[in-house]
Design a protein. Structure first.
Length: 288
């Protein structure tokens, strides 16, 4: 039984999901949850506010060390209909790589197919599919960088997991950390200016060769701990790669090219719960 048949069998062969899951040539069926709902009629401001409120609860619980409460909030976000809507919008509309297909060959989803994908995320999570290997040139070099492009379903699920993990780690990172996953370039420039305006200092530039290609899976999972997303992250790490129709196992490293992969930042992260003079730093809601 091939992967498409296995997927439909495990889902009970639901017609609303078939056009999104594998059948690109199939006619999308009616929406199972709300037949009158249309993608263009969704109140995205309401969706973002609802997700942001839940993310703030995760941030506050993580900053206070209330990890059991934080896990409950993360599980709640994983099941949230608004969070699923936002995750699907980001991978099908907002991200620059929205038109890049994985091994499923699916891209450019119609509005009805996006709603079907939202419904599919609520089903019991299936085993992660291998990523599709794509090589892109490195700037100023002849060397090419290998990317792993996940399937549309895996990308949407990764975006959903990202919504729950970002506020947890935002509260636990160092206050002077300005990595790719948090804050903006202007925040880093401001911090550098404040640091060097009094007296000159040295600037060190370090690059670890093939850092992300050699990350130890066990060490990374140990750092995550007993997260509700642990099983999903382990599947994505071990899913393997399809390179020129040849399957390669993943024994180390993380695939670069997905929503939650290293060096992949499409949205400015939120400063959850931090306020100054009653004004929230979240760029989406400057007057909250």
């Amino acid at each position: 039984m091939n992967k498409a048949q296995t997927l439909k069998r495990r889902l009970g062969n639901p017609k609303p999901f078939s056009s999104v899951a594998w059948g690109r040539d199939e006619i999308p069926s009616q929406i199972s949850i709300n037949p009158n709902l249309k993608w263009k009629d969704i109140d995205w401001k309401k969706v973002e506010k609802s997700v942001f409120r839940l993310q703030k609860l995760i941030y506050k619980a993580s900053s206070r060390g209330e990890f059991r409460k934080m896990r409950r909030y993360q599980k709640l976000l994983l099941k949230s209909y608004y969070a699923r809507l936002l995750a699907v919008r980001r991978v099908t509309q907002d991200n620059q790589g929205k038109k890049t297909a994985g091994i499923d060959g699916i891209k450019n989803l119609s509005p009805m197919q996006r709603l079907n994908l939202v419904n599919l995320l609520a089903s019991p999570h299936l085993k992660a599919s291998p990523t599709r290997r794509v090589y892109i040139p490195k700037p100023g070099r002849d060397e090419k960088r290998p990317l792993g492009i996940p399937t549309m379903y895996d990308r949407a699920l990764q975006a959903l997991v990202k919504l729950g993990m970002e506020p947890e780690w935002e509260a636990r990172f160092e206050p002077n950390s300005y990595g790719l996953f948090r804050r903006s370039t202007h925040d880093a420039i401001e911090a550098i200016y404040k640091s060097i305006k009094q007296k000159p200092k040295y600037v060190l530039d370090a690059d670890i060769s093939k850092c992300f290609d050699r990350i130890n899976h066990d060490a990374l999972l140990g750092k995550i701990g007993q997260s509700p997303y642990r099983r999903l992250i382990k599947q994505w790490l071990k899913s393997g790669v399809m390179d020129n129709n040849q399957f390669l196992e993943s024994v180390e490293g993380t695939p670069q090219g997905g929503v939650i992969s290293p060096q992949k930042r499409k949205h400015r992260p939120t400063r959850y719960g931090r306020k100054a003079n009653g004004i929230c730093h979240n760029p989406r809601y400057p007057k909250r």
